[in-house]
Ligand binder design. Structure first.
Ligand SMILES: C[S@@+](CC[C@H](N)C(=O)[O-])C[C@H]1O[C@@H](n2cnc3c(N)ncnc32)[C@H](O)[C@@H]1O
Length: 256
């Protein structure tokens, strides 16, 4: 048992029905797209509707998915507004087919309902622009960003943190993952900071190895994790403990 983490084993639709209305601050999840031969990769219809009941009016949902998944299953997202999207640029590609580009990225999209105004918007900043900008000191200096959650007292040497770019580079977990589609913490943490207030609750209905949960606790949030596969439930606590015991990617990037 890890403080701040609630694990709900079994089908996520059944698990989510046990959660009270408006009890979750944000959702950060990587659902099955229904595009591979992995046995659990079956699109789950109706999960966004259930989220609509559980999510606070200030909440939003970050969902990983391919453009093919979003267009094929657009009805799942009916009634939600697309706020923005990010691209995860990986160090390697996954396609061996010569009739397509070598795919070295994944995408995530943020959805909300109703008005954008009340939706929680945490500013996400990065310190890793320092190296690139140091060499051109005569260029425009960036304004220091007040109120941003950097998780650090470091400041980049030419003026301060920058707003996180929408294309985020992070090494994939290939070779060290306990789950076949395990996300790196470096790509999950910015989404949690963006959507969930400090101390709030992040829900991941398709938790896999528990990356979202580990990142949430490491960033001072709590998490509710649903997972239907016993193989992944059995490695989840260890993976989460490992993430929590490591320094946040935000600290690591700042210290580089
Ligand atoms: C893409 S993976 C998530 C990987 C995760 N982001 C990570 O970093 O480890 C999706 C997960 O959803 C789980 N899943 C699929 N359908 C489910 C359902 N109906 N209820 C609960 N979990 C489900 C699968 O077993 C799989 O582990």
């Amino acid at each position: 048992m890890i403080p701040g983490i609630t694990i709900l084993p079994g089908d996520c639709l059944a698990s989510m029905r046990t959660l009270p209305d408006c009890s979750v601050d944000a959702v950060v999840t990587d659902p099955p797209y229904g595009q591979t031969s992995l046995p659990w990769d079956r699109f789950v219809y109706g999960w966004m509707a259930e989220i609509g009941r559980i999510l606070k009016p200030t909440g939003s949902v970050w969902v990983f998915g391919t453009l093919r998944m979003f267009t094929q299953h657009w009805r799942e997202f009916e009634g939600w507004t697309l706020a923005q999207d990010i691209v995860w640029e990986k160090h390697n590609g996954s396609s061996l087919r010569s009739d397509r580009f070598r795919r070295v990225h994944e995408q995530a999209a943020q959805f909300y309902r109703g008005e954008w105004g009340p939706v929680y918007k945490g500013m996400v900043v990065t310190m890793d622009a320092a190296k690139r900008t140091l060499s051109r000191r005569t260029g425009a200096r960036h304004q220091h960003l007040h109120g941003a959650e950097t998780g650090t007292s470091y400041a980049s040497e030419d003026g301060g943190p920058r707003i996180q770019r929408s294309v985020i580079y992070a090494r994939s977990e290939h070779g060290r993952a306990v789950h076949p589609t395990q996300k790196p913490t470096a790509i999950i943490e910015p989404l949690i900071l963006n959507a969930c207030p400090p101390g709030g609750v992040v829900l991941d209905p398709f938790a896999g190895s528990g990356t979202t949960g580990g990142c949430a606790v490491r960033l001072g949030r709590r998490a509710i994790l649903c997972e239907g596969n016993q193989d992944y439930l059995s490695v989840m606590e260890r993976r989460i403990s490992g993430i929590v015991s490591e320094t946040s990617d935000l600290f690591a990037r700042a210290a580089e």
